[in-house]
Design a protein around this ligand. Sequence first.
Ligand code: ZN
Length: 428
Amino acid sequence: MLSENNLERVEKVKQEASISSLDNNIKNHGSSICPFCLKHKAYVYEDKFFICYSSKCGIKGDVISINSKLNNLSYFESLSQLEKSLGISNNFQEVVKERTLVYEQALEIYKYILLDTKEGKIARDYLEQRNIDITTISMYDIGYAPSSNPLKAYGIDSKLLAKHQLINNYDSNEYYANRIIFPIRDTYKRVIHFVGRYCGSVPKNKEGEDSLLRYKNSKSSDNIPTITNYFIFEDFLNAYNNLEDVFICEGYPDSLSLMQLGLQTLGILGLQGLTKQYYKLSKLNSIVCVFDNDFYDIDHPNDKLKGQFKSWVQIIPQLVEIQQILPKLKIYTWMVPDYVNDKRTKDVNDYLTISKLPKDELLKKINIEKKEFVIDIINRWGSDITKHLDLLKVISATGRGQELLSNYISDELKYSNPINYALKVFES
Ligand SMILES: [Zn+2]
């Protein structure tokens, strides 16, 4: 069993090492010869996950476990060997420990300011307006970083603050000034990241655009793996297996408002980081992906994006991949309604704040409206042959939906010339 000190080492090696470099036969993308059973049935995803689809072999795993099997090493020996070959230095663990300590100290100060000081009132008001109550604030250790440089004032060494990117090098102001602090913990409950939400409306520049980032994420220091390797609230994953209907949602406040209602939620930071964390989803039976209803502008310069839902463009391709890697995972999608009582809702938090739905009613509504992934994408993409390769991937992984797809394939292609259909699919 790996101890908590090794967690970052594992993450870092997974991030930097590639499976295709372990063995000449293994190729990233497409099928290759399995080095264990020598059948031509091995697949590698993102160069990070190996799986052999031969029923007798079935070996699968990440770069560390595949390296251990190839070279007859324990998982830990394999980890050390890969670190050496990647040139990862020995003091990496020490830096991680030090950062954890500085983050924990900073969080204590941010929490105190939010809950117990005059300076924190603006943040308390903001959170109240977003329907995030005091119990939730305490339970999830939410804090506030005012502009008065509190970390230095409370005596944390400036050198450490600079090293771990909590102050800006240039002007020495603290990095999260004027922001609500949402901490993220790993499965060992250690603080490993902060999300800083600007408190209030973001000031505009002369051109009328936001002059600051609405959200700031911790910067990675000394090559410690970045936050794309963690889920918001992933600490609860450690305690459970085979969870049903875990909600997947983007952004801290949205995830928090679902969590606050008592729904087990994994948040992603940014729309791009889901596939990389597929192995954590393998502990779950089913997930419900909650999508905001916002879409790209109808005048967007990219024709492919015009008027498209952002979630569909960004998340769905990742779900296609995840479904292939985890064929047994039941995936559902649910889109947040765009209006409540004639009010436009912009995201989950907004929807829950305006509708004031209690947990049971929300769950009832979601259970009626959620769509099974394979059916959802067939309904949406069925008539677009350029998407049929993705549809076929999901259909073959889940064994569901074939009849539905056939409704969209023209008879000419279906009966007279299936080769034409295959060619069309692969050309697209
Ligand atoms: Zn094999």
